[in-house]
Ligand binder design. Structure first.
Ligand SMILES: [Zn+2]
Length: 190
């Protein structure tokens, strides 16, 4: 317990007490460094950022995630999401963010393990908004946008350690879950 408190203090002092208004724009990532988020329990985010744009594509709401997840998101949008969507609807302009940091268990189930969302490692995306105002929603997985959604899902496998979509379970019918957890057997994608 004492050790945790000490590490937290060091982390806070290392970034000047946190909170800052520094904006990091690296290869299209627009993110503000924020103070580390302490617990409770195993929850919390170190190296926390508030991300508003990835690879020139805005997020529908600012996402609180750690730097590793922010960088993975940025490179996935640049290298996969933007080219896969291509000129459809004039191109990708916004990601609908359904969830980011939240101190909760997996799928909100009582007694379940902590979600990667509780560590700042995860982001959920429910739709891809195009320049003409139309959108590709994950709910269309079995419908007219199924093909492009399956390509987007597959392309995130590897850049992210865990990728879940409508084929995973009933909790992922309307969004993709991406996280940067490291699995010993390689990425887990369903
Ligand atoms: Zn999720």
């Amino acid at each position: 317990m004492k050790k945790t408190a000490l590490i937290l203090m060091l982390a806070l002092s290392a970034c000047g007490g946190g909170g800052g208004s520094e904006t990091t724009a690296r290869g299209g990532l627009v993110a503000e460094k924020i103070a580390d988020i302490p617990g409770p329990g195993g929850c919390g985010v170190s190296n926390a950022y508030r991300v508003t744009e990835a690879a020139g594509v805005r997020l529908s709401q600012a996402a609180t995630i750690n730097l590793k997840t922010a960088n993975r998101l940025n490179s996935w949008v640049a290298n996969h999401a933007v080219p896969i969507i291509g000129n459809r609807g004039g191109g990708l302009v916004e990601l609908k963010v359904a969830a980011h940091y939240a101190c909760r268990t997996r799928n909100h189930r009582r007694g379940a393990r902590l979600s990667e969302h509780a560590k700042g490692n995860a982001i959920d995306i429910s739709a891809f908004v195009l320049a003409d105002g139309s959108r590709i929603s994950v709910t269309e997985w079995r419908g007219r946008n199924g093909r492009v959604l399956k390509r987007l899902h597959a392309s995130a496998c590897g850049p992210f350690g865990t990728v879940l979509g409508p084929n995973a379970d009933r909790h992922h019918q309307d969004h993709f879950h991406f996280d940067t957890a490291d699995h010993r057997g390689g990425a887990y994608c369903r």
